[in-house]
Design a protein around this ligand. Structure first.
Ligand SMILES: Nc1ncnc2c1ncn2[C@@H]1O[C@H](COP(=O)(O)OP(=O)(O)OP(=O)(O)O)[C@@H](O)[C@H]1O
Ligand SMILES: Nc1ncnc2c1ncn2[C@@H]1O[C@H](COP(=O)(O)OP(=O)(O)OP(=O)(O)O)[C@@H](O)[C@H]1O
Ligand SMILES: [Mg+2]
Ligand SMILES: [Mg+2]
Lengths: 197, 167, 167, 197
């Protein structure tokens, strides 16, 4: 699968609702200093469950769009959604887990087709999953999968199914961090491997 | 627990020298540089550290701290990609990792990222960059600008695959 | 002791907003941005801190940590040059300070450094850079390369004043 | 005054004797990654008395040219000299301090001229000062002014006369340090001002 698009609402320097995408296999984000490139990466990190301290904000409210210090009293809501598209073989993987208990191969094939049709109808040919995270005006944060509120554990579990391990975070490199990776002490590297295994 | 650690370590250890070679090979040095990982304590890996060493093409062994800014960046990227091959996430997000690189290393890195993301089983890459000789190798661009009147960020998307690929 | 501190502080405080304006003004924002310094404890300055705030052109006040990488670099340069004006050393050495800057900020910075070094009473500047739109504004270049056979660094010097100045 | 040239001998990646210069009012150092640009800045910092830990070396011996780890046993000597050229008005400044005690202006002018002639003859029309720092094969470091060994205090005092305050170091920005300057805490900034005043 891959990341198809990001939907922002009042997140950092992105005012109102904005949809960003589609992202291809190799997409580059460009623009002048201070335009909002790193804020876009912060949005992706935020929706995956990364804490606000790593996103240059001391509280969650700092991540909500504000024109100036006064404006931050406006108490806007903010949210980010990440739409993840499954590869056709991803579907296979998902279903593989469910089908293990069924009968022989022939039956398996048929039942898979039926299952997919049913699933397709249910979700309108849906082969995408929508992960969302919101910030309410009281500063609380909510997690949703396909618009259904879930606990953070369920959320992280679903992400893990697609190979997105937010704890290890080895797939996000924030601005200025790259050189620090090479200078990690042997102890730090041991810890990194521990998280990985 | 120790066995799982050694499993992860051995996988990455095999990949690091190949990844570093791919990132550092060029016309001047067709075989690229060498990089390796060693465990201080094989039996009880948690008690020891993991040492990472990188030797740029035609250079001898030196402490990592003696390498230059650009050399450290390339070594770090090789380590990240090697680690990633063990636990592949579906996408990468990199923020101006090319800041310390000279023109030729930017080109090498861009080609490397492109080769890792396109094709079957590749990992999707989303990379923030200020350098045109990096982003001209991408499939699509997300252009961010500041809208003065609205005092906020705005975005435009460009599909580069419609244009002939730059050499 | 307190009086000397306030003397240094007041000198730099006057210069910081002018320096920051010079570094940030451009065709889009002729008046540039605003920067200022404040003392937490005027009478006993050692007991309190010194707060530094920079507001890029057309942006409102925000904590320094919310600024972008490029915006922080420009603010830091303004502070350095303002501090330098109080205790001017005869020369500066800067190592790839333009790494996080986009093309237009690199140009602004290069013109600023050039204006501060040339002319009467200027401070000599020695600046390491990888970006051609920075170093093409220098008076001379020191080109460093690695000599493969000898396994060491070699240097060549170029006097750019012989060629017509680039626009 | 200004920095006219740097003379290196077996310093970091610079093998043997190399003279680098002349440096103009605005000089840029360029070259590929790993070629030796930052090592040149380390040479300038070293000769001004900066400690080796700031120059990416744990001991002074690490700053001596070595082909590989074996080679570092060669016990080469290393040294850096910085040739500083005085402006004509710099001379004035230096002499100003000495002349304060003399007679009326007329006398002053004459005596200045005489003094300069004498000084010129002595030092061969010299209007440059040569600061040198060496590393012996035992790892000790020596300071010299115009080839005469001096203590570090005398060395720092002479540098101070030309406005080079190594303690404050506000005129040297090492690779990667620039962004940290803007993020200094209020306490750090107070300390910086304290060193300045
Ligand atoms: N909550 C917020 N509301 C509005 N604007 C915000 C908010 N948080 C941050 N910003 C603005 O976002 C800008 C920084 O954006 P960002 O860090 O994404 O820039 P960038 O494009 O990465 O720039 P660079 O190339 O310099 O790294 C700052 O100028 C800041 O004022
Ligand atoms: N004592 C030494 N003897 C020989 N070579 C050395 C010594 N110390 C450091 N080096 C070499 O110097 C190189 C680093 O040089 P330097 O940091 O000056 O590069 P640079 O030109 O600044 O590169 P970048 O643009 O990547 O910052 C390293 O590859 C290292 O091997
Ligand atoms: Mg950024
Ligand atoms: Mg360097």
């Amino acid at each position: 699968g891959h990341l198809s698009r990001i939907e922002l609402e009042n997140f950092k320097s992105y005012k109102g609702k904005q949809i960003i995408g589609p992202f291809k296999k190799f997409t580059s984000i460009i623009g002048p200093n201070g335009s909002g490139k790193s804020n876009l990466m912060d949005a992706i990190s935020f929706v995956l469950g990364v804490q606000s301290a790593q996103l240059r904000g001391s509280t969650l409210r700092d991540l909500v769009y504000a024109y100036d210090v006064q404006d931050s009293k406006e108490k806007r809501n903010a949210s980010v959604s990440l739409v993840y598209v499954l590869n056709t073989n991803d579907e296979e993987e998902e279903e593989e887990e469910e089908d293990e208990s069924e009968g022989r191969d022939g039956d398996k094939e048929n039942s898979k087709k039926k299952k997919r049709q049913k699933r397709g109808e249910e979700e309108g040919e849906k082969n995408e999953v929508r992960f969302s995270r919101t910030i309410s005006n009281s500063g609380a944060s909510d997690y949703k999968i396909d618009n259904k509120t879930v606990t953070f554990e369920e959320y992280a579990e679903k992400l893990k199914q697609f190979g997105i391990l937010v704890k290890a975070r080895n797939f996000l490199v924030f601005q200025g961090d790259i050189e620090a990776v090479a200078q990690k002490s042997p102890k730090d590297l041991t810890q990194l491997f521990e998280q990985l295994s | 627990r120790g066995a799982r650690f050694r499993g992860a370590f051995e996988h990455v250890e095999k990949r690091i020298s190949e990844t570093y070679r791919e990132l550092t090979k060029g016309s001047a040095h067709p075989t690229g540089g060498q990089a390796f990982l060693t465990l201080e304590n094989y039996d009880e890996p948690f008690l020891g550290g993991v040492n990472f060493t990188a030797m740029p093409p035609s250079k001898r062994y030196r402490e990592m701290e003696m390498l230059s800014g650009g050399e450290k960046t390339i070594a770090a990227l090789a380590l990240l990609f090697a680690i990633h091959s063990y636990r592949a996430s579906p996408f990468f997000v990199l923020d101006e990792v090319d800041a310390a690189l000279d023109k030729s290393n930017v080109e090498k890195m861009a080609r490397f990222v492109r080769s890792k993301s396109l094709g079957k089983g590749g990992t999707q890459s989303i990379v923030i960059s200020l350098k045109d000789n990096f982003y001209d190798k991408a499939e699509s661009l997300v252009g961010v600008s500041r809208d003065q009147r609205e005092a906020c960020s705005k975005v435009l998307t460009f599909d580069l695959t419609q244009f002939a690929e730059t050499a």
